[in-house]
Each structure stands twice: as C-alpha cells, then as structure tokens.
Design a protein around this ligand. Structure first.
Ligand SMILES: NC(=O)c1ccc[n+]([C@@H]2O[C@H](COP(=O)([O-])OP(=O)(O)OC[C@H]3O[C@@H](n4cnc5c(N)ncnc54)[C@H](OP(=O)(O)O)[C@@H]3O)[C@@H](O)[C@H]2O)c1
Length: 368
C-alpha cells in the first residue's frame, strides 16, 4: 500500500474548525507543505461566508503571520456546506470545539462521503473501531481502518483520531521504557492556556494564577494511554493491562507547552543508565519514512537539572520533539521525571499532520 514515487498532485485537505486555536495551527503548519494543500476552510455559521482573513481578524493567536494564500479563501459552514467541502477535499483535519455528539455525526458524515478524517476532537476516541494514534508509538493500530471501512460500508473514507494533548509528553517516555514493564504511574500535568484555545489577552484571569482543575482532562490523561499502549487483536484494541495511571491536571500561566511531573513503578526496575540508553536508542518506526513533519529526534533527554523548560524547549524539532529530564529515584515509586511537549503542535495540529503523512505514505488515502 506504500505510496509510490514523488508527490505530483498534492493531497487536497480541508480544516474543520479552521478559525480556532488548533485550526490556526493547522493553517500555519500546512503552509508550503510538500504533500498537502489547503483546499478548503470551514467553521461555524458565525464565520461562514466571509474570508479567512476577516474571520480571524483580531483573534489570530500565533506569532507567525497568517499565510497569504489563505487570507482570501471564503469560509464554508462545516454542516450546511457539507457537500461543497466533501467534494473539494480528500482529507479533513477536524479541530471542532462543539457538542461531542454533533462532532461525532459530522466526522462520520464526512467519512461516509469518502473523505479521510483525522480528528483532534475527543468524541471518537473511544469508538472501538477507530484508532487513536501517536505515529511513533502505535502506527500498527492503523490496520483498524480496513475493518472500520468494511463494517460501516465505507469504500474510501475513514476516521483516525489523535489523543489528548495532556498525555503527549509522558506517554512517549513510558513507551520507550516498556520493556521494564511500567505498572503504576502518578502524573501531574502543568498545562498551558492555549490548551483551552486561549491567550492571556482573552483570559486575563490566568495572569499570575494557577487553576487546579481542567474539566474532563484527568479522565483522558488516565484512560487514553491504555488504548494507545494496547494491542491490536483481530478487529479491536485490547487495552494495556497491568498499567494504572493517576492524574492531576493543572492550568498554569504559560502560553504554550504542557509539562508533566511523573512517578513510575516498574515490574523490572531499570537503572539510570538503562533508562537513558532506552531513550537514546529508541527504534523509531518512522525513521526511514521521510515524513515531512517527523522530527529527527522523538525524545530528547536533558541531563541538566533545570531542563526541560517550557520557554526554552517546547519548540524543539519545530514543536514535534518531546523532551524529558530529571530522572531521579522516588522513595515510593521507582523513578520520577519531568517531561514536556508543545500542546498545539505535537499535542494537536502537528500530531494530526504527522498521522496524515503516515496515512499517505502507507497508502490509506485513496485519491481520485
Ligand atoms: N488547544 C489545544 O492545545 C488542543 C490540543 C489537543 C486537542 N484539542 C482539541 O481540538 C479541538 C479544537 O480546539 P481549539 O482549542 O482550537 O478550540 P477553539 O479555539 O474554541 O476553536 C473551535 C473551532 O470550532 C468551530 N466551531 C465551534 N462551534 C461550531 C459549530 N457549531 N459549528 C461548526 N464549527 C464550530 C469554531 O468556529 P467559529 O470560529 O466559527 O466559532 C472554531 O473554528 C477541541 O476538540 C479541543 O479539545 C485542542
């Protein structure tokens, strides 16, 4: 199913929820993408009918300027312009923030119409025939796409989701240490305000403040890793067994970048040397694929006591490299450490684009 040769015609992609925080990241990251071209931008009825430049005026949240080629594109309505959107694209990135059941129906409608859907929204993460993927960790779960299509009678379309941003710093580290059998994990996440689609300008209460609650986040942080680290057995994912996670999720006053403080108990406690070696020698399944968004280094280990730091390290590998450090012995568990990832890049738009690149490379996208 490998896509052959050079990309001659780019894959036409659409962004559902293009005006939001994650949607803007998609727009920015897809500018000059070698394989994908943005053919369509869609959002709510509030934004439909005006140009993208007009719709995000006064609410463009990124440091990089709005790419010129999208400024004059007219925004379509995700639902009422469904036929136009579906006809103009091969794949949509879903970055919708609205009622979950409605998102589920919208994503299924697009897939039924023959469009590949890669979603950031949580509505389909626990649908049993839908894979939840971090490409470096569980690319084999994409094999669920064929049974998904068969069961639902979809010939071209399908849905793949990416997991919540809160877990994307520490689950990669647990994954590379899997041979030592992590069993008990206690994690506290320190999450940036962009994780709720906000900046300090539109959330002034977050300046000089910490909020010890993020609705729904702890449940996702505890449960989703079990599906990602699970095994594909016939037509379903068998969740990872013997792994229990307890999470506390806290909103902190930084713009971008989710940090995690993690304690782990293993069945076979590794030495510090074995931990560092496992991180350095991780056998990245993407390493030979030349995917445009795949970072050279999946996980960077810092030996300095005061790293990783959000401001210094969230943009490593264009925001796609996860970083960790401060591995030290824990009096109650075995080891504790700190990890960091960019929530709107690795944890959202970048992670989804990497999935789409993998889908393309593996031949799952049927372009006609
Ligand atoms: N921010 C992160 O770090 C992050 C990370 C991982 C996953 N996610 C997930 O990604 C999704 C988007 O997050 P976000 O932070 O970008 O949210 P956001 O800034 O609130 O953007 C929401 C988008 O959804 C659109 N929308 C809202 N109601 C709609 C409706 N009734 N019909 C059609 N479109 C509608 C909005 O369009 P209008 O502008 O027209 O209202 C906007 O484009 C969420 O599911 C979120 O949980 C976010």
């Amino acid at each position: 199913m490998e896509a052959k040769g050079k990309v001659v015609h780019k894959v036409r992609v659409g962004i559902l929820g293009a005006t939001g925080m994650v949607g803007q990241r998609f727009v920015s990251m897809l500018h000059n993408h070698p394989w994908f071209e943005v053919a369509c931008l869609a959002a709510s009825a509030r934004s439909a009918g005006i140009t993208y430049g007009q719709a995000v005026e006064g609410r463009w949240k990124l440091k990089k300027a709005i790419p010129e080629e999208v400024k004059e594109m007219n925004i379509l309505d995700v639902e009422s312009d469904f036929d136009i959107v579906a006809k103009s694209v091969n794949l949509v990135f879903s970055a919708l923030n609205m009622d979950k059941e409605r998102v589920k129906r919208i994503e299924e409608r697009y897939a039924e119409k023959g469009v590949a859907v890669v979603s950031n929204n949580s509505s389909n993460r626990w649908t049993s025939d839908i894979p939840m993927v971090i490409p470096e960790i569980n690319p084999d779960h994409l094999r669920l796409i064929e049974p998904q299509r068969k069961k639902r009678g979809w010939s071209k379309g399908f849905i793949v989701v990416k997991p919540n941003c809160s877990l994307q710093s520490y689950v990669p580290v647990l994954h590379v240490l899997r041979k030592f059998k992590p069993r008990l994990v206690e994690v506290t996440t320190l999450q940036a305000i962009s994780g709720s689609g906000k900046t300090f300008a539109d959330w002034p209460e977050m300046v000089d403040n910490v909020i010890p609650f993020i609705s729904g986040e702890e449940e996702k942080t505890e449960r989703e890793p079990l599906k990602i680290l699970g095994d594909l057995v016939e037509d379903r994912i068998k969740e990872a067994e013997n792994l229990q996670i307890s999470a506390t999720c806290i909103r902190v006053p930084v713009t971008d970048g989710h940090m995690a403080s993690v304690s782990v108990k293993f069945e076979n406690k590794p030495t510090f040397g074995e931990i560092v070696e496992a991180i350095h020698n991780f056998n990245n399944p993407l390493s030979e694929m030349n995917l445009p968004s795949s970072p050279k280094q999946f996980i960077k280990y810092f030996f300095e006591d005061d790293r990783p730091q959000t401001d210094l390290d969230r943009d490593l590998g264009e925001g796609m490299t996860v970083s960790c450090g401060r591995f030290r012995e824990d009096p109650f568990f075995d080891w504790k450490f700190v990890s960091l990832s960019h929530n709107t890049i690795r944890g959202a738009a970048g992670g989804a684009i990497l999935i789409a690149e993998l889908l393309y490379k593996k031949g799952y996208l049927i372009i006609s």
